[in-house]
Write a protein that binds this ligand. Structure first.
Ligand SMILES: *Cc1c(COP(=O)(O)O)cnc(C)c1O
Length: 372
């Protein structure tokens, strides 16, 4: 049996008619950039997600950059984010001219350790980018309290957490703005690059919309200089076609995780993902911690099972951040996680037979090694 890490073909086959007709309409209307399909997706996503403003843009990296720029963040400022994220969370800080400051992960849920946030705040700290990794909310309620007390802006990186919740509040709604990616492999994925900003702040929404469109709300009235970060009509139409299925797909992801939890129970050399109390995990990823992780990964590969490490190197240990001079001791939890984490295949169409196959091989690996 071959099991892909994410099988985008299976999803396309299940909604082929919707997608094909959406694409055909965009071409017939030649509504390639901006236009009515982008407007329609914007309104549909805002209404389904429960937020006032959705500002479409080219990807989920630009969205972070645009938010920070429009909050006035720049040279001389510091912005805090978590050590174990994707580089978008930190490279966009540098793009604004500000300095990225990292906080370690915590060991149970792998997101920003809110207890280590306050000590990282200085007189220069302007914002925190809280990342909801793997589909699991970070402790956004506590991070929000700290940011409010210290008069710091809170931005949420929701690229991995479409429709995740804490205390019934969705990712992206607690902070001043949230940033989403619609990269093909994300829980809601386009067929190319796309992203958006969500915010209930009308003033910030207007500024972001302008900045993403060369500084103009209406061409050619450029109020400021901006950037070119627009969503394609084709991507918007594809996202609109997928939107009616997203809640069902999220439930299917949760069901996959429940099955993994059952089948993988009792293997003492792996730790299963823990769910933070009062949250809804949208399972962008199902991440286990595994002893002899590299051996397990190779064995699964030989058996046709594709797994991925998210991420092999925490951000502060990447060559890109050598200049900050960090060592493993600065981020001990992220450093430990990097040796053990492994993301198992997860997508809504993953079958029970596939989950059994994967789990069976994980068990067999540890049994053959005399570990179970
Ligand atoms: C995917 C991702 C992004 C960036 O998304 P792109 O659309 O690929 O630019 C940002 N942050 C996190 C945590 C991500 O996983």
């Amino acid at each position: 049996m071959q099991v892909a890490f994410v099988d985008l073909k299976a999803q396309y086959q299940s909604i082929k008619r919707d997608i094909d007709s959406a694409i055909e309409k965009v071409i017939t209307d030649t509504a390639f950039i901006g236009g009515k399909y982008v407007k329609a997706f914007e309104q549909e996503f805002a209404s389904l997600y429960g937020i006032k403003n959705v500002i479409p843009c080219a990807n989920g990296t630009d969205s972070l950059y645009i938010i920070m720029k429009m909050l006035g963040i720049g040279a001389g400022d510091e912005v805090i984010t978590v050590a174990n994220s994707w580089i978008s969370s930190s490279e966009t800080i540098t793009q604004t001219g500000a300095k990225p400051v990292f906080v370690d992960a915590e060991p149970v849920y792998y997101s920003m350790d809110e207890k280590k946030l306050e000590p990282a705040i200085t007189g220069k700290t302007k914002a925190v980018i809280a990342v909801h990794l793997q589909g699991q909310m970070c402790n956004i309620a506590e991070i929000k309290r700290i940011c409010t007390r210290r008069n710091i802006q809170l931005i949420e990186d929701c690229a991995q957490s479409h429709f995740s919740e804490m205390n019934n509040i969705r990712a992206g709604i607690t902070g001043i703005a949230g940033s989403f990616s619609f990269y093909p492999g994300k829980n809601l994925g386009a067929y190319g690059d796309a992203g958006c900003i969500v915010t209930n702040d009308d003033d910030l929404a207007q500024k972001c919309r302008m900045f993403a469109n060369h500084g103009a709300l209406k061409k050619p009235y450029h109020v400021i200089e901006g950037i070119n970060s627009r969503m394609d009509g084709m991507q918007a139409a594809i996202l609109s076609a997928k939107l009616p299925y997203i809640l069902e797909w999220t439930e299917k992801r949760i069901a996959v995780a429940v099955l993994y939890n059952q089948y993988l129970q009792g293997i003492k050399d792996i730790i299963l993902p823990a769910v933070r109390p009062a949250t809804k995990h949208s399972y962008h990823l199902y991440v286990i911690r595994a002893k002899r992780r590299n051996g397990l990964m190779n064995y699964l590969k030989e058996e046709g099972i594709e797994t991925v490490i998210h991420y092999p190197t925490p951000l502060p240990f990447l060559p890109a951040y050598d200049y900050l001079g960090h060592t493993r001791n600065d981020f001990p939890v992220a450093a430990e996680l990097q040796e053990e984490i492994l993301s198992l295949p997860l997508f809504p169409e993953l079958t029970q037979a596939q989950i059994e196959y994967i789990s069976g091989h994980i068990k067999k690996f540890y049994k053959d090694q005399g570990y179970v």
